[in-house]
Design a binder for this molecule. Structure first.
Ligand SMILES: Cc1cc2nc3c(=O)[nH]c(=O)nc-3n(C[C@H](O)[C@H](O)[C@H](O)COP(=O)(O)OP(=O)(O)OC[C@H]3O[C@@H](n4cnc5c(N)ncnc54)[C@H](O)[C@@H]3O)c2cc1C
Length: 389
């Protein structure tokens, strides 16, 4: 979010200081996530379609905006096949209702004026219900009751992050301050309507004509320190997944087990895989603006976590059991997921099934931006930069 905003601002003529507590930009959740470029299919738990309407324009704009930011094609980063949404028997949305929801979202996407920008052509896109034979070939049928092929794709977020790092380094109007933690903001007599100074653990930066809070996990705490409202229902989850490379090509489909706290398999190019199981990868969970502590994982704990992810997925998708023997390299990594919403994902009433409450809040020259989703960041970054320019 911060990198997209900074690049759009710099290319619009502004001088930008990009501050990050990490030792590199793009080292947080935006490097270590599944990279699903949402059209809205995942949010069948929000039948109002509000989430789909909110995520759709951003997902359709992702490819052209990122290609402009990195100055090249996104093609090498794209997952080559549509996602299979497999409905778990404990899904909070039954299979027929989910199927109707996927149809509605697909129609919204295919008829949207910006549809041509998506990662795959959407002109004739439709949802296909998987046949019994297709399901039998991949899934444990005692747990998976139905499946749908939906026209949603993903990107390799590590590939994108590497190109964004290069784009920032090549941009003369961006000054980057790494290993610099933002702790507050000071104002002059005009308050948030005047020049703003950013307070960091190392000193101060500024004054600036405008400050964008794109701190994601650190955003709510900074807003709260300025006396700005943070949603009463606010949750922070630290989630990790398994990113691995195989020694030989694997033919596994891209699978999302829905709807609830289940898992995903992403097969980016036959050799680079993403495996996640929600409960196994949830390392910390808290509510309110302060973040809960994240336990450090030593080598043994990391290996146990990866084994559990594989075992839980393999109990539903037997082919996953073959992956460990084919693994060339493996990394367990992830980041924060912060959101306006509360409640466990196996509860249909959880407000986390609704993910439309994201975006920009503006107080004078201070702009606070809730990314919401990776797929939204470039689109929102463009909007934040436009608001400032
Ligand atoms: C396992 C997992 C899977 C996911 N899958 C998907 C998916 O498939 N599709 C999707 O759209 N979204 C997905 N998400 C969500 C997505 O990753 C996030 O919504 C998105 O990356 C947030 O982008 P960001 O730039 O706001 O945050 P980040 O990329 O985390 O960047 C925030 C930056 O702020 C810095 N920072 C924080 N606090 C401070 C401070 N006080 N001072 C200085 N710097 C600070 C951090 O160091 C970091 O560099 C997933 C998330 C996880 C964890």
């Amino acid at each position: 979010m911060g990198v997209s905003t900074a690049l759009f601002l710099a290319r619009g003529g502004a001088r930008v200081t990009l501050i990050d507590a990490a030792t590199a930009v793009c080292a947080g959740a935006s490097r270590w996530n599944e990279g699903k470029i949402h059209l809205g299919h995942l949010y069948a738990g929000d039948p109002s379609l509000r989430t789909a309407h909110r995520l759709l324009p951003a997902g359709l704009a992702f490819r052209p905006l990122v290609e402009a930011l990195i100055g090249g094609s996104l093609a090498p980063a794209l997952s080559p096949a549509d996602d299979w949404y497999l409905v778990h028997r404990r899904s909070v949305v039954d299979a027929d209702t989910a199927g109707r929801y996927y149809d509605a979202v697909t129609t919204l996407a295919a008829t949207h004026p910006a549809a041509a920008g998506y990662l795959r052509p959407l002109g004739n896109a439709r949802v296909e219900r998987l046949t019994a034979r297709e399901l039998d070939a991949v899934a444990d049928r005692a747990s998976i009751v139905a499946g749908f092929r939906v026209p949603e794709r993903s990107v390799s977020t590590r590939w994108v992050a590497d190109r964004l790092v290069d784009a920032v380094a090549a941009e003369p109007r961006i000054d980057t301050r790494l290993s610099t933690r933002v702790t507050g903001l000071t104002t002059g007599p005009a308050g948030l309507d005047g020049p703003l100074t950013v307070v960091t653990a190392e000193g101060a930066e500024g004054p600036f004509d405008a400050v964008v809070n794109a701190l994601w996990d650190g955003r709510a705490a900074l807003d709260a320190s300025l006396g700005l409202a943070v949603p009463a229902a606010w949750s922070s989850r630290y989630r990790v997944a398994v990113f691995l490379e195989t020694t030989a090509p694997v033919t596994m489909p891209n699978v999302v087990i829905v709807t609830g706290p289940f898992g995903d398999v992403k097969n980016y190019d036959g050799r680079a895989l993403y495996l996640s199981w929600y409960d196994a990868g949830l390392l910390a969970h808290g509510t309110g603006p302060a973040l809960p502590p994240v336990p450090a994982l030593d080598e043994a704990a990391t290996a146990r976590l990866a084994d559990e992810v594989v075992a839980r997925l393999a109990s539903l998708l037997p082919a996953v059991a073959d992956v460990p023997a084919l693994t060339a390299s493996r990394q367990v990594a992830g980041g924060w997921v912060v959101a306006a919403g509360l409640g466990p994902l196996d509860d249909p009433a959880s407000s986390l099934h609704r993910r439309d409450r994201l975006g920009l809040t503006r107080h004078g020259r201070y702009l606070s931006v809730d990314t919401g989703k990776y797929s939204v960041a470039p689109w929102l970054g463009r909007a934040v930069a436009d608001a400032i320019l």
